[in-house]
Write a protein that binds this ligand. Structure first.
Ligand SMILES: C[S@@+](CC[C@H](N)C(=O)[O-])C[C@H]1O[C@@H](n2cnc3c(N)ncnc32)[C@H](O)[C@@H]1O
Length: 342
């Protein structure tokens, strides 16, 4: 069993814990966007867990460390002087010659340790003849971290190709977040999935790539975006129907024809004079129409929207909020809602 350290979107600890427990993984520690766990999987398999955005093989860990540069340097010196240091690295790299780089991180931000300590640790690693210094395109990274919580860690990261290659455009949802939304929808093979605000299609492409389904519909209201969406979906080679339609009046969809809605609606005013609360009210009416009974909605919304009020005042007998997760999206407070049609 190896010990891993993985980063994910802060706020969804419960989802990650649930997922890892089902994978027969022993969780050693979980906090704000970070989990340390024991697993018999290799790093390549761990790298395929798509809601993790960084995975390290943990070599050393420390508790109750004050997060400052002095302690970051201390950890670097401490581990590199251990007899086990090179052995642990060697055990976890391939026999091929690969470039490496040392990365130091203080409270989630890169923080350079002093050059003498850095050279010392690099020179030590260079004793392993299979590794050479490559600060531009390393294949292996040694991370030295102190988190705000006082946890210090030294781990190895291997740079691998992402499983799903989608070039991220401005305004599109992060791939790791789309993965969390998909998982939260409790995917099943007979699902008819709809994203009525598909934009560039990250959510439907992710859903189609990693879970079984009967049908996936990606709908978008802007003609120009639909062209782009069609291109993206063609490239992804996934079986997804694309529709140009207004999410407030999806006349191409019959009543009760959809089992799952996973979506990221606009956070601001869509058209002049349309109040966002009115927009969401109309949206939920239309969602209730197309959803079958016990159908699911997974919604990503800005935390500033009085969404729960809208549900309480207008949909009390139609929709039930099962769960909510407070997260940050590009530094803005957001909420993921998991809802069911009663
Ligand atoms: C927040 S973006 C979704 C981004 C998408 N998840 C992605 O990763 O590309 C919201 C999308 O909803 C579309 N939209 C806004 N109002 C709409 C409406 N009434 N009907 C359908 N689409 C709409 C916008 O054009 C935009 O592409």
């Amino acid at each position: 069993m190896k010990v891993y350290f993985s980063k994910f979107i802060s706020g969804v600890e419960e989802v990650v814990e649930d997922f890892l427990t089902k994978q027969k993984t022993e969780i050693l520690h979980i906090e704000d966007g970070v989990v340390i766990y024991k697993s018999d999987k290799n790093l390549n398999d761990i790298n395929q867990i798509d809601f993790f955005n960084s995975n390290l093989i943990l070599l050393y860990s420390f508790k109750n460390i004050k997060p400052n540069l002095k302690n970051l340097t201390k950890i670097a010196l401490n581990v590199s002087s251990k007899a086990s240091f090179l052995k642990k690295i060697k055990l976890n790299i391939s026999n091929k010659r690969e470039g490496f780089k040392v990365i130091s991180i203080l409270e989630n931000n890169p923080k350079q340790i002093d050059i003498r300590t850095l050279s010392k640790i690099e020179n030590k690693i260079l004793k392993l003849k299979t590794l050479y210094l490559d600060i531009k395109k390393p294949k292996v990274e040694l991370w030295i971290i102190i988190r705000r919580s006082g946890i210090g860690m030294v781990g190895l990261k291997k740079i691998t190709k992402p499983k799903l290659k989608i070039k991220r455009e401005k305004g599109t949802i992060r791939y790791e977040l789309a993965a969390i939304l998909s998982v939260l929808s409790d995917p099943k093979k007979n699902d008819v999935v709809l994203d009525p605000f598909a934009g560039s299609g990250v959510i439907p492409i992710h859903r189609a790539s990693f879970f079984p389904f009967e049908k996936i519909i990606a709908a978008e209201g802007l003609e120009i975006d639909v062209k782009n969406l069609k291109q993206k979906i063609r490239k992804s080679r996934k079986r997804i129907d694309v529709q140009l339609s207004n999410a407030l009046d999806m006349n191409l969809l019959k009543d009760g024809s959809v089992s799952t809605i996973i979506t990221d609606p606009p956070w601001g005013e869509f058209k002049k004079h349309t109040k966002i609360s009115e927009f969401y009210k109309k949206m939920l009416f239309e969602f209730c129409r197309v959803l079958k009974q016990k159908g699911k909605i997974v919604l990503l919304l800005s935390a500033s929207i009085e969404f729960e009020e809208i549900v309480k005042n207008n949909f009390q007998d139609k929709l039930k909020i099962l769960k909510k997760y407070n997260i940050l999206v590009s530094g803005k407070k957001a909420i993921i809602y998991k809802i069911t049609k009663i």
